[in-house]
Every structure is written in C-alpha cells, then in structure tokens.
Design a protein around this ligand. Sequence first.
Ligand SMILES: *Cc1c(COP(=O)(O)O)cnc(C)c1O
Length: 360
Amino acid sequence: MSRVYNFSAGPAVLPEEVLREAADEMMDYRGCGMSVMEMSHRSKVYDQIIKEAEADLRELMNIPDNYKVLFLQGGASQQFAAIPMNLMKNKKAGYIITGQWAKKAFQEAKIYGEAVELASSADETFSYIPDCSDLAITDDMDYVYICENNTIYGTKFKELPNTKGVDLVADVSSCFLSEPVDVTKYGVIYGGVQKNVGPAGVVIAIIREDLIRDDVLPTTPTMLKYKTQADNDSLYNTPPCYGIYICGKVFKWIKKMGGLQAMKEHNEKKAKILYDFLDESKLFKGTVRKEDRSLMNVPFVTGDADLDAKFVAEAKAAGFENLKGHRTVGGMRASIYNAMPIEGVEKLVEFMKKFEEENA
Ligand SMILES: *Cc1c(COP(=O)(O)O)cnc(C)c1O
C-alpha cells in the first residue's frame, strides 16, 4: 500500500487511523456480523453510533444546549436554499460576498426573498476579507450570511462581522473543527463534511433552537424544513448512515489529538511552514492579503502559467497530489486540512525549494 500526500480541497485527506479502523470494521461491525453500511438506521447499534457522534461533536465544539445538531444530506449547496427557506421571515437577508461559495448562496437566496450584498471583495479576485465593522445592516434583515473560510481563494474571517444584533449564518465547510469556535456568536453554523470531517454528502448544521420554526416559507419541502429534521433527531428518513459513522470516528480522532485548541496549534504550525516559505521565495508567491490568510487553503502562483503547470506535473510525479489551483483562479493551491501531517507540508516545501533552484 502506498499513500500520497493529498492536498485536495475536497473531498480531502482523512486521518489514516480512521480509515484503518473503518477497514477493520468493514465486514463485521463489533460483532454485529454486518457492515455499518448494511444495518438499519433504526437499529440500536446505529442509534448508538449517531448519538455518540453528536455527543462527541457537542463536546469538541462546546455546543450549548439551546443549539440543535443536525446531520443532513445534499452537501453544503443544499443549505444555500434551506437557509433562506427556513430563516427568511421578513424575506430579507444580508450577504457578504468573499468568493464563489458565498456568491452561490447569495444567488440562491434571491430566489426566495431580498438578498442584499453588504460587502464584496470581488474587485481584487477575492484575495482579501472586506472591512465588516460597519455594514449597512438593517433590523429587518433575518440574518447576515458569510462563508467563513473561502476554500477557493484561501481567505478566512479572522474576526466575525459586526452584524448589529442580526443573527449570523456561517458556511464553515472548509474550516470545520480546525480551531475552537464560540458557537453562541452564530445563529447557524453549517458545513459540508468532505473538507475536514468525513465523506461527501453529509452536511452538519448547528442551529439555535429559536430559529427552528414551523412558519417557514410555504413552499419549503418537508425534507428541507429544519423542524422536520430536528423533531426526528436527523432520522426523519434514512440518513447518510455510513458517512455519519466516519464523521464520528473523526470526532474521536480530534478528541484524542487534544481537541480544537490542539488542532489549531497543529494547523498554525503547518500553515506557517508554507507561508514562511512563500514569503521568502523568489519564484512562488501567495495570492492572499497576509492578515486574511486561511490556515486550511493556501493558494500560490509563480506568475507564469506554463511554469505553474510544470510544477503541478512534477509535484504529482513526486507524490504530491491535487495541487492544481481551482479552475477559476489557476496557479496552485495546497489544502492542508486537519488530517494533513506536518511532514506532508515539510516535504512539499522541500520539493518547492528544489523546483525553485532548478527553475531559477
Ligand atoms: C466545497 C464547499 C461547498 C460546496 O459543498 P458541496 O457539499 O459540494 O455542496 C460550499 N461551501 C464551501 C465553503 C465549500 O468549501
């Protein structure tokens, strides 16, 4: 067996320990004589899996009792519609546009009500986070929406926007469980899990209870009503059982690693190695304003598209996979999520140094 260093933005690297454990339990989950994939979601055994996953996540994120944790399907993109459907009481919300995912959510919200663009960093290819200290937020807005870590452009909100008392909704897909978070600052935190937590298809939504209501937009499908899912403990219909089981294992792995504070230190250490190199390199350059740099997604360029392509090809041949930048920005991007070991980043930087010497 040989594993590469996988810098994919998502689906992305998972802890080897988790994969091994899942492999061991594949044919016979703890004496059940069947795989988790094959068992009823109404069984006692599965009930314990999903309850334990929720309990571990609550412990990790210190989630207050007045927040529900929902394990949903449809990926993060499904929530682009579910959020306005469930939360747009006044049919008005503010959106901060820091990249393609925020823009997609914004466009989707326009289908259901008045979505107002509060700020944008489109003018500089989303390479920074706009000043959000005094936005034109009005009392009649049902929520203010952000994409907290911008997977494609490599920016992260280091400080949450001043929402002037309006509830904050955040897509945290690509920074989920990468550092401690104060859940009470949000109305809704949600993320697709395939960036940092588990297999694609599962989306976790952490929602303050008073935002889970019956009076949603009348056309809201039963499945997309948070109340349906909350009343049924995420078991209204068959949930993505196997995916949730893997998420549960990742939660346990993070706990074992020391929790979110330890994860943050681990991620800062990794990111520093790469950013420090980018800052001193004569060939490679980071594309993001320093103070807004993400710990998870690190885009960089040489400034020459042919040389970028050569780098990606040679890196791949050397065992560093998925370094090509997003199709909308070009260049390179190294995604260094929780499960990327520090050696992966160290070896990547060694390889970049060598490439720089050879192509000076
Ligand atoms: C990947 C990603 C999405 C889309 O996730 P899907 O599960 O494919 O819908 C949305 N938001 C962010 C921040 C992402 O990184």
